[in-house]
Every structure is written in C-alpha cells, then in structure tokens.
Design a protein around this ligand. Structure first.
Ligand code: G3H
Ligand code: 13P
Ligand code: ZN
Length: 315
C-alpha cells in the first residue's frame, strides 16, 4: 500500500526512523520488499533523477506497482530523491509519487526559499508532501559537487526560518554526513549538537539525514579481496541512528550500502565461478543478500516490527 511520507513520519517521530532506500532495478526492488516484509517495517522507496533515466521512468513505476501487488502487506511511500524544480513538477503531475525532494541547497538562502516555496505550492495543491534541504553535505549530490572540507552544516536559526517561509514538510539537514563511500575525512563525525539545536527550534518537525550509509568494513574488505579497490572507505556509525531518531530524524537515506552489497555479491560470484554467465545466478544471490541487508538496517533504525502498528494508525 502506497502512503504519504507524512503519514509514516507521524507514526515514527521521536521513536524511530524510517529507512529511505534508493532503487534502480528489478533485483533491488524485490530485495527491498522482501527485506522489509521479513523485518515487518514500513519504508520509503527513493527514486533519483539518475534512476529515472537509467532505463525509463515508467519502468521503475511499473516495477513498484508490481511489487505492491506481490507484497500486499507492504506499507511504503514513493519519493523523488534530490529533485530539481522541473523533475519535481514532473513527479507531482505523474500522480504516482507520494512526495518529492526539492534540492536547491546549492543556491543562496533566499533563492533556495523561493524555489522550495514554488514546489511546495504545486505539491500541496496535489496532496503531495515536500522534503527540502538546507546546508550542504560533503561529497557528490546529483550534479552538485561540494568539497567536504567546505561542507556547510545547517544553521539552526536559518532552519526555523526556512521551514516557516517555505511550508516544507520535512527538512534534510547537513550534520556532517556526505554521500558515497568515503565519509568523515579527518576527525569528523555526526554533529548531534547541531541536530539538538535544530530540534529545539523545530519541535515535532521531521528531519532527514542524507548520506547515512555505514559502509561496513567487512563489506569493503570482501570487495577489495575480490578485486575491488575501495581503500579508505568509511561511513556513519549505524548504532547512532536511534539517538538521531530521538532528536527528530525521521527519515534516513541509504543508497551506497546497497551498492556495496551488489558489488560484493557480483565480484565474489565471478571470482568463484569464472565459467558461469547466467545473470540470474548472481541476481538471485543479490536479492537474498539485499533483503538481509534491509532487514538489518531496519533493526538499527528501530523501524523493524512496526508494520502492524503503522497499519493500525492508518485506519
Ligand atoms: O544522493 C544520491 C543518491 O545516492 C542517488 O544517487 O544520483 O547516482 O542515483 P544517483
Ligand atoms: P549514501 O550515499 O550515504 O547512501 O546516501 C544516500 C542518500 O543520501 C540519498 O539521498
Ligand atoms: Zn541524499
């Protein structure tokens, strides 16, 4: 059942965070639904601009509709990840998405407000909710490169003003994370102090943590042992998700970790079975491993076991 992110946020706020997982293909979609059903968790499917154009935007939509039929118990939202203004309008008009993210965080404050406000008006008119971003994450965000050294954490006073003036429904905050597999250069870590200040100014308002992959060292070692080269990769401590949830983080975005599962499965498979060439053989392993990975993340986020509670709230 497709619901809005707002409904999921109301159920989760202050207690746990909802996992927001990016998908690009059939195998990820199947693994994602299985993992969430195995762990009985509500979840958010994220589709990036790159994912929409990987094959065709209609392809992912069809996959999700099919998964909804195959897994009738599932409760999830469909969300555009890091949208520009035009892509937001496209998703709003499509009637398929539950929510869009307008990412104008690379613009100056006033311009970010102006763009976000326009998208909020269009989205709210059609019953969709909007995630916006303030502050800049390090690393690479869809077409936007920000040097981690110059990453700008979200200013708590500006966050309050931004939310009030834009009417957005949730806010992605820069609290030290970055996208990709190489996070936290030097002594950086999650800035709980900033998060606390934001929550004080915006009590009850859902915050979003991007760049939340934990880049498990065991995964990195297995990839490197099977011919990869990901030396120095590191991520967020997943044992910190629950603390972040008590401080208002209600949505946690995870993409890179899933890509690492894919890379490990395929590298090991072709190393161990050089004579094989049926794409379904590693595909089956990947779907099972991805499902296990999703269930594990949901335990860390506290969303595991919440499905029936959310269903009851929706009635
Ligand atoms: O934040 C970006 C997400 O990980 C999506 O990545 O733009 O390569 O699909 P992508
Ligand atoms: P990771 O690269 O840490 O998985 O972050 C994903 C993300 O923020 C998607 O919006
Ligand atoms: Zn992101």
């Amino acid at each position: 059942m497709i619901v809005t992110t707002k409904q999921l946020f109301e159920a989760a706020y202050g207690q746990y965070a909802i996992g927001a997982y990016n998908i690009n293909n059939l195998e990820q979609t199947m693994g994602l639904f299985r993992g969430n059903m195995d762990s009985q968790a509500p979840f958010i499917i994220q589709i990036s601009k790159g994912a929409r154009s990987y094959t065709h935007k209609a392809m992912l939509e069809a996959l999700i509709r099919a998964a909804d039929q195959i897994f009738p118990e599932a409760i999830f939202a469909v969300h555009l990840d890091h949208g520009d203004e035009q892509t937001c309008y496209d998703c709003i008009e499509s009637g398929f998405y539950s929510s869009v993210m307008i990412d104008a965080s690379h613009e100056p404050f006033e311009k970010n407000i102006e763009i976000t406000r326009r998208v909020v008006e269009a989205a709210h008119a059609r019953g969709l909710v909007v995630e916006a971003e303030l502050g800049q994450l390090g690393g690479v965000e869809e077409h936007v490169k920000v040097d981690e050294a110059n990453a700008k954490l979200t200013n708590p006073d500006q966050a309050k003003e931004f939310v009030e003036r834009t009417g957005c429904d949730s806010l992605a905050c820069a609290i030290g994370t970055s996208h990709g597999a190489f996070k936290f250069s030097g002594s950086q870590g999650l800035h709980f102090d900033v998060l606390e200040e934001i929550q004080k100014r915006l009590p009850g308002f859902p915050l979003v943590m991007h760049g939340s992959s934990s880049v498990p060292q065991e995964e990195v070692e297995r990839i490197n042992a099977a011919g990869g080269n990901l030396k120095g990769a590191k991520g967020v401590n997943e044992d910190e998700f629950k603390r972040a949830a008590t401080l208002g983080v209600t949505k946690v975005n995870i993409d890179t970790d899933g890509r690492l599962v894919w890379t490990r499965v395929h590298r090991e498979f072709f190393r161990d079975f050089p004579e094989k060439f049926d794409l379904r053989d590693p595909g089956k392993i990947f779907m099972a491993e991805y499902a296990k990975f999703i269930a594990h993340k949901n335990e860390k986020l506290g969303s595991a076991g919440r499905l029936e509670e959310v269903r009851a709230m929706l009635k």
